[in-house]
Design a protein around this ligand. Structure first.
Ligand SMILES: [Zn+2]
Length: 245
């Protein structure tokens, strides 16, 4: 994996404006990992995918993350500051994800972890219950009870719940809880950190800002967009200060 140039990031930003979340994630990683096939990228577990995106985010905008949340109890708007190290729960591993086995009473179930292909498969299903059914059916590889093979639909609900729990434990980076405490009313709660939407919101804001900078410098110096984007952010900033002084 390598970092992305300003020009590459701007192209991804323009391409991704109306794309679904899973598609943006894969596009970012495909651009940063030209040595890895799209097929392979889509088969990484969601936790592996998110660990890669965290690293790419660190290389792009640094390790500090700043986010705003509204307290559900009193409505206070809070600023959250944290570091990528705080939410990196699993080391970056690009090895293919193994098969997992669950034994519960008379049931033996083997399953794999959800990946981007599963996100594509459930993307159109808005009802969470249906999406979860489809996800489980795709991820369960084999289910046996007392030597008899079962269909996914024949598994009792407590076994399904146990599979979901074990999936989450095996891929912690896919669901990162953040503890939040309100400074105004002391209310405490947990929120899930979604690197895809967080990183994309930053790329979106960055894209508009960089286009504005290109516009200002091109208007002042008649430089080409490609040349302005190829400059380091610092050099671009210094020229901008001279133009706007
Ligand atoms: Zn509050």
């Amino acid at each position: 994996m390598r970092s992305l140039s300003a020009s590459e990031l701007l192209n991804i930003w323009e391409w991704g404006l109306n794309q679904p979340s899973w598609s943006k994630a894969i596009k970012l990683l495909a651009s940063a990992c030209p040595e890895t096939s799209i097929d392979m990228l889509t088969q990484f577990s969601l936790g592996q995918r998110d660990a890669m995106l965290l690293t790419l985010r660190e290389w792009t905008f640094g390790s500090q993350l700043v986010s705003q949340v509204t307290c559900p109890n009193c409505g206070e708007v809070l600023e959250l500051n944290f570091d990528i190290a705080d939410i990196r729960l699993a080391p970056l591993s690009l090895e293919p994800v193994e098969k997992y086995c669950l034994e519960l009473a008379d049931y033996q179930v083997s399953f794999r972890l959800p990946n981007s292909l599963d996100m594509i498969a459930i993307a159109e299903h808005k009802q969470p219950e249906i999406a979860q059914e489809i996800l489980l059916e795709r991820c369960i590889l084999q289910a046996v009870c007392n030597g008899e093979y079962l269909l996914f639909q024949q598994l009792p609900s407590h076994t399904r719940d146990a599979i979901i729990t074990q999936m989450a434990e095996a891929d912690p980076q896919a669901n990162v809880p953040i503890d939040i405490s309100c400074s105004a009313c002391n209310h405490q709660w947990q929120s899930l950190f979604d690197i895809v939407s967080f990183f994309w919101a930053e790329i979106n804001a960055w894209g508009f800002r960089v286009l504005q900078e290109v516009h200002t410098l091109a208007a002042a110096y008649s430089w080409r967009e490609a040349d302005i984007l190829a400059m380091s952010p610092r050099r671009r900033q210094l020229y901008l200060e001279m133009v706007t002084d």
